[in-house]
Design a protein around this ligand. Structure first.
Ligand code: SF4
Length: 932
């Protein structure tokens, strides 16, 4: 054959059209171009114009195509016909399904709305789901933040009006040193990868502080193998070193934080530890020029860090003095904390010196004048180019809130927040705790709640308590047990509902939350709770369970009614400024998803289903005055809903299509978004890009856009006064009093200055019997993705060994192919092991949610996920062991209720390999209609 006879088409036409939408394979919300051929997804690529990923696509994003074709996809609404767990279902019509749900819920709303508990998992539509629950009137609503990373969010909001990830980002263009604390392999995904690429290009330095060296920690320039649960101690030791060396930004502290605010120092005063305030309630500082107390925001005031004030016989001292006294204490010296943290003292000194050197010797300036909230004009923007990023590794501990607070304190002492080269907020942040709602939880039959469920209490008066002091919420959020639980406690819902503590519920309504498997502590016991029956009535203790998911996950088998969801390529979604938008530090941005393909089965987008249910139930806002449905579906809601006059879910193309932020609904808004690539960006003016909490240009821009209704400048809370209010209550002050058994814990943990305490339950006896720490993280190729059954991704991770450090590996004589029994105070598992050198010597770990139950996710029963894969969840109890007084505390941070997944202690022993990982549950029968 001559060569010209062969034809090789090197550029075959793979698609006949491209649709630009937003990825949902993890929570980063990248822009994607979905290539379609004959109405089917041919392949997915990154959208180069998109503000989040600028064309970058990760393995998960590309594998989205397999979410559509997954054999585990549900096909139609299902009603359970056999016992829970049997997998016996019958297909029903959508009308039947929605009528059933309405018939279950309507009587609850009329008589006792709290008997509906509505909790969502990886929900990116919380401004809708929360509003729906609010209009229903139940206090029992939250998403998965309580078992994910609420400590990060709450500590950030309370300390500085924003946190990491969705709230802010390192100044990638200018940072010279980045510290990663407790950041798992890939959290978050493309934005951090792209940022790290920029740092590496410029030769900036990255230091990973993490017990495990994988993912970002593996590409860091330096790795510090900290012992789990001790990050707070390390950070406070760094603060000790910086204070000792005088390497802190005093000007920044005086101007922008509450370091100069005066604190009542009289132990006999009921206001001991609270701020001195003027008649308008504004905290007072001493003015350096006059020596007189003045409101913190008075024009021309020069806040003094050094001098206190005596008034009415009471001494008041600036926060800064209390802070310096606390952390200069030798108990925070590197030599004092080194052993506990597992880091040599010299290394801690060196890290502190590196922070100081970069922040102060490599400071940067931008020639950009700006005016602060006191009216002072600054000719330049001064930057200290140290940035930090942190995630669940430091927050999923029972000391995580104070640890995250300590990290923010470190950032602020260096003057690196909202300054060039440091950490920058992303609109709608910054937003101080005072600007957030307070929690609402008083249920009234037939009525909506008076406000949103979740919020930021500023003192005991904002707790969600009944008149008799019992928790109003089923998860006991915002109670004395977890006063600042800003995201609820999803991990306690089933246990509390089963125990009837604080009361019984009737219907558990879940969305995308695999509570019968990897999203619950003590999975086997949760399955028992879901199937337990009242011996007197013969009815299930949790009488009704409604569940919405697109896939045949483990939770499906335990639901009574299943509302099958679509994939993210088959429905509308809204990534909203009212919720978690896609903003960058220099721009507000939001986005949509839209049906780029039609579902080939009888499924509906959950958000549209919720809107339909709202109308059937006659919920205010979901029906017109004459009782007709207010919205045809979620797309209609996104376009026409107004949370406040002129403020809707999307900021772009409002009014006549030319208004941004504020403006009447525009009927073609969604099409305009589609034409614009699926997103909308609104840039922050140059003069407003840094110093956002105090910069008048930013504040005015934010008001114009509708983020605030009036300028809201504020000070960073080095000293967190709301915590002190809880301590005062524990000391017997005020009308709102905690139960006696919690007084000591509140006094100890709710310190207004960041502290470190050992994780709860981590006592000497436990440490002796269970000497190792056990951790999990999601693998990079599946981080935050829903469906590790994805056909492409499971080729990367089909099973999860327990990684064992070299010293433990050698001590126990492990070899490749061996198995181990891992035992915690709560139970045992038997699992395959693998050696890993880059690991803290007292820590074992594995990937979470690879292990699957047989029969679930349409995997074959001999799939490695079901035979060798495993969960650590079996080793973790939702309650800590009983204390001396008989009380069992929840396995959570005592301040926020964050699930303390990473407090787990274990011991390990080598065992003969069993046939399969243990425990091994009986196979689930795939539900009828679950596969096709
Ligand atoms: S999976 Fe996440 S990081 Fe990857 S492309 Fe999608 S949204 Fe972006």
């Amino acid at each position: 054959m001559r060569h010209q006879d062969t034809f090789l088409d090197l550029s075959p036409k793979l698609s006949d059209r491209t649709a630009k939408t937003t990825c949902y394979m993890c929570a980063c919300r990248c822009g994607i171009n979905v290539h379609l051929k004959d109405g089917r997804v041919a392949y997915i690529e990154g959208n180069r114009d998109h503000p989040v990923n600028k064309g970058v696509l990760c393995a998960k994003g590309a594998a989205g195509i397999m979410q559509v074709t997954a054999p585990s996809r549900l096909s139609a609404p299902l009603r359970r016909v056999g016992p829970r767990g049997s997998g016996q279902f019958e297909e029903i019509s959508w009308d039947e399904a929605l009528e059933t749900a309405t018939a279950w819920m309507a009587p609850l709303r009329a008589t006792a709305p709290e008997k509906l508990a509505f909790f969502t998992g990886r929900d990116q539509s919380q401004s809708l789901t929360g509003w729906w629950a609010q209009q229903f009137g139940t206090p029992n609503y939250a998403a998965h933040g309580g078992f994910c990373s609420v400590n990060m969010a709450a500590a950030g909001i309370y300390t500085m009006g924003g946190a990491f990830w969705e709230f802010g980002q390192p100044d990638w263009e200018r940072t010279k040193l980045l510290l990663l604390f407790g950041v798992a392999e890939d959290h978050d995904s493309n934005p951090i990868k792209m940022g790290l690429g920029k740092l590496k290009e410029r030769g900036a330095r990255v230091i990973g502080i993490n017990p495990i060296r994988t993912g970002y920690n593996a590409v860091a320039d330096d790795w510090i193998a900290i012992t789990p649960g001790t990050d707070g101690l390390l950070i406070l030791s760094l603060i000790h070193c910086l204070l000792t060396a005088g390497k802190i930004d005093l000007d920044y502290l005086a101007r922008y934080t509450n370091a100069p605010v005066l604190v009542n120092e009289d132990p006999a005063s009921p206001e001991h530890g609270l701020f001195l305030r003027d008649d308008a309630g504004k905290p007072l500082v001493t003015d350096r020029a006059t020596g007189k107390p003045m409101a913190f925001d008075a024009a021309g005031v020069e806040p003094d860090l050094a001098h206190g004030l005596r008034r009415a016989g009471i001494t008041h001292r600036p926060v800064f003095q209390l802070l310096a006294e606390r952390y200069l204490d030798p108990s925070y010296a590197p030599e004092a904390v080194a052993e506990r943290c597992g880091i040599p003292a010299a290394r801690i000194h060196a890290l502190a010196a590196e922070l100081a050197r970069v922040a102060f010797d490599e400071a940067i300036e931008i020639d950009q004048p700006w005016t602060d909230f006191r009216g002072e004009r600054h000719e330049k923007m001064l930057g200290r180019p140290v940035a930090m990023h942190a995630m669940r590794g430091i927050s999923a501990h029972s000391n995580g809130f104070q640890t995250a607070r300590a990290l923010h304190l470190l950032q602020i002492l260096l003057g690196t927040v909202e300054t060039p080269g440091g950490f920058r907020f992303k609109p709608p942040y910054p937003k101080p705790p005072e600007a957030h709602p307070k929690p609402h939880a008083t249920a009234t039959p037939g009525q909506p709640l008076k406000g949103p469920h979740l919020g930021y209490p500023m003192g005991p008066e904002h707790l969600a308590l009944a008149p008799d002091g019992t928790p109003q919420r089923i998860d006991k959020a915002f109670s004395w047990e977890n006063p600042l639980s800003a995201h609820g406690l999803m991990h306690m819902v089933i246990a509390n509902a089963h125990a009837g503590d604080p009361y019984k519920i009737d219907t558990l309504f879940l969305y995308m939350a695999n509570m019968a498997w990897n999203s619950s502590m003590s999975t086997g016991r949760v399955i028992e709770m879901l199937t337990d029956k009242d011996p007197e009535t013969g009815e299930y203790v949790i009488p009704r369970i409604i569940y919405s998911d697109a896939y045949s996950s483990e939770m499906i088998a335990y639901a009574d009614l299943i509302l099958p969801d679509t994939t993210y390529l088959e429905r509308h979604d809204c990534i909203s400024l009212l919720d978690r938008p896609i903003s960058e530090a220099d721009a507000a941005a939001d986005a949509i998803r839209w049906p780029v393909i039609d579902p080939d089965r009888d499924v509906r987008g959950f958000q549209s289903v919720l809107i339909d249910l709202g109308a059937r139930l006659g919920l205010p806002g979901f029906v017109t005055p004459d009782g007709a449905p207010a919205f045809t579906d979620y797309a209609d809601y996104i376009t026409r809903h107004e949370r406040r006059p002129g403020i809707g879910p999307l900021m772009g193309f409002r009014g006549a299509g030319d208004q941004t932020g504020r403006g009447a609904p525009h009927p073609d808004q969604l099409q305009r978004y589609i034409d614009n690539g699926g997103f909308f960006t609104h840039h922050i003016p140059q003069a407003a890009q840094y110093y956002k909490p105090w910069n008048t240009a930013y504040q005015d821009w934010a008001v114009e856009l509708g983020l605030y209704d009036s300028p809201q400048p504020y000070l960073f809370n080095l000293y967190l006064e709301p915590l002190r209010r809880f301590q005062l209550a524990a000391d017997g002050h005020g009308p709102h009093q905690p139960p006696d058994h919690l007084r000591a814990r509140i006094r100890t943990t709710m310190d207004p200055l960041p502290i470190w305490y050992a994780p709860l339950g981590d006592d000497a006896d436990t440490a002796q019997d269970f000497p190792l720490h056990a951790l999990t993280q999601r693998p990079m190729a599946m981080y935050h993705s829903w469906g590790s059954q994805n056909a492409w991704l499971r080729q990367i991770h089909g099973q999860n060994p327990l990684y064992v450090p070299t010293n433990i590996w050698a001590t126990h004589g492990f070899a490749d192919g061996d198995w181990a029994r891992l035992t915690s105070p709560h139970g045992s598992i038997t699992v395959p092991v693998a050696h890993m050198a880059a690991l803290n010597p007292n820590t074992v770990w594995t990937w979470n949610a690879i292990g699957k139950r047989k029969g679930a996710w349409a995997l074959s029963e001999d799939a490695p996920e079901a035979t060798k894969g495993f969960l650590l969840n079996h080793l973790i109890h939702e309650l800590l062991p009983a204390r001396g007084d008989g009380h069992r505390w929840s396995n959570s941070d005592p301040i926020t209720g964050q699930a303390a997944w990473f407090d787990l202690r274990v011991r390990i022993e080598k065992v003969t390999a069993p046939a399969e990982a243990q425990p091994n549950f009986p196979a689930l029968a795939p539900p009828h209609g679950g596969t096709r």
